[in-house]
Design a protein around this ligand. Structure first.
Ligand code: ADP
Length: 404
């Protein structure tokens, strides 16, 4: 005779049972209940927990033999669910609610039904689903709409103002200046529309990445040449230290151009006059445990360089700060001596629309979409994109590309 609560050994034992037509019902129930994708909790009419299936143990992070025999509150740590159970036990109507777990902050949908035997109430049954992922998607969709309207409102408000001023027929020099401002605002809205379109194409899997073996040196030089005029206007020194130039990387040229330009553009934007931007490459061998090794950095004329400010990038063995596939990779690092990014903000800069402290960005422009797009594109190549930074000292953005 099986008695509840079950011990872990008993669970393992019956989960191995073969289901047969003559199997006794308690065993059949336990096998089926543990195969359910939802958490199942049964309470008696006094709201004392009588049974918890395996999925409920996982979702609620409890052990069945510890929770059985206790009240619902001890199990769910939520008064709302206890009140829900009271109502269901009182009027025999099904109800559902959504709660957040106090520790892991997961979102759970809890549905409660009365258990009736010949119209006599014997308890209640809870079906619990972890809907954290769905609620995150819903939140991100809501945030997206809020962010787009926020980003549109500023340029549209200033366009309206500029047009109204032009309608009052101002003198020619003012008119010229205003037309320049209008063109600037229209560019900002166009950039937002283009980046939004691009992001949606990437996220819906409609962007194909066509890989071809390519030498990375010329790709970097091309990007640097495009960014140089902008950097020179701020007296920023731009240099490249490219090693292992002979090893081809497997890339979609146009996409990597786009990533490099985005990172270099940010580096120029967030570095003050007289600063420095350095692009370095080096090969990494990543093993199955995510540990990587690199040769000490060597410049083109084969002299060791001290330009690498991150000590663990020169000849050390370390774990990558991101989950990374094994193999041979080209690491490309773009360092600047700019304003840097506060440590607590670093993980968030790759989120759509995220900008560090909007007040310091006011004159910098930008949509906050560039890094989200770059991250997708690098991951489309199988690589990773991440950043290191010290506020006021500068930032380094790293990405890896497959050597092919
Ligand atoms: P944006 O269009 O605003 O530049 P990104 O997605 O490219 O959008 O960057 C997101 C935010 O990350 C920026 O607004 C900025 O706050 C921060 N950021 C990116 N690159 C740098 C950098 N090199 N130095 C300092 N902050 C940076």
């Amino acid at each position: 005779m099986l008695r509840l609560p079950l011990t872990t050994d008993q669970r393992t034992e019956y989960s191995r049972l073969t289901v047969t037509p003559d199997m006794d019902f308690p065993h059949l129930f336990l096998v089926v209940a543990d195969a359910l994708d939802s958490g199942l909790v049964i309470v008696n009419a006094e709201r004392t927990v009588c049974y918890i299936n395996r999925r409920a143990e996982e979702i609620l992070e409890v052990r069945a033999n510890l929770a059985s025999g206790h009240g619902l509150i001890a199990l769910l740590r939520d008064y709302q669910v206890d009140a829900l159970a009271s109502e269901v036990l009182h009027d025999h109507e099904r109800r559902e609610t959504t709660i957040q777990t106090p520790l892991s902050k997961r979102t759970l949908r809890v549905r409660c039904s009365p258990l009736l035997l010949d119209s006599t109430l014997t308890g209640a049954l809870f079906l619990i689903e972890d809907v954290t992922h769905i609620s995150q998607l819903e939140r991100s969709r809501r945030d997206m709409v809020a962010n787009v309207s926020h980003e549109l409102r500023t340029p549209l408000a200033s366009l309206k103002l500029l047009v109204e001023t032009l309608q009052s027929d101002p003198p020619a020099p003012v008119r010229r200046r205003m037309l320049g401002q209008i063109s600037h605002e229209v560019d900002a809205v166009t950039q937002l529309a283009e980046e939004l379109h691009e992001l949606s194409q990437i996220e819906s899997g409609r962007v194909t990445i066509q890989l071809a073996p390519t030498s990375i040196g010329p790709v970097i030089e091309r990007a640097l040449n495009r960014i140089r005029p902008q950097a020179e206007r701020k007296n920023i020194l731009v240099q490249a230290i490219i090693i292992d130039n002979q090893l081809p990387v497997l890339i979609d040229n146009r996409r990597i151009d786009q990533v490099l330009l985005n990172l270099l553009h940010n580096a120029v934007k967030f570095t003050s006059d007289g600063g420095q931007i350095t692009v370095r490459t080096q090969t990494l061998y990543v093993d199955e445990t995510g540990t990587w090794q690199t040769e000490p950095a060597v410049s083109r004329d084969n002299t060791p360089t001290t330009a690498l400010e991150l000590p663990d990038l020169s000849g050390f063995t370390s774990r990558l700060p991101v989950i990374h596939s094994a193999g041979l990779w080209m690491l490309i690092s773009i360092s600047d001596t700019g304003i840097g990014i506060p440590t607590e903000e670093l993980p968030r800069i790759f989120e759509r629309f995220y900008k560090v402290d909007r007040s310091r960005n006011r004159n910098a422009g930008g949509t906050g979409l560039g890094l989200a797009i770059a991250k997708h594109l690098i991951e489309g190549h199988g690589g990773r994109l991440w950043a290191d930074s010290r506020e006021r000292y500068g930032s380094t953005f790293h990405f890896t590309l497959p050597v092919g």
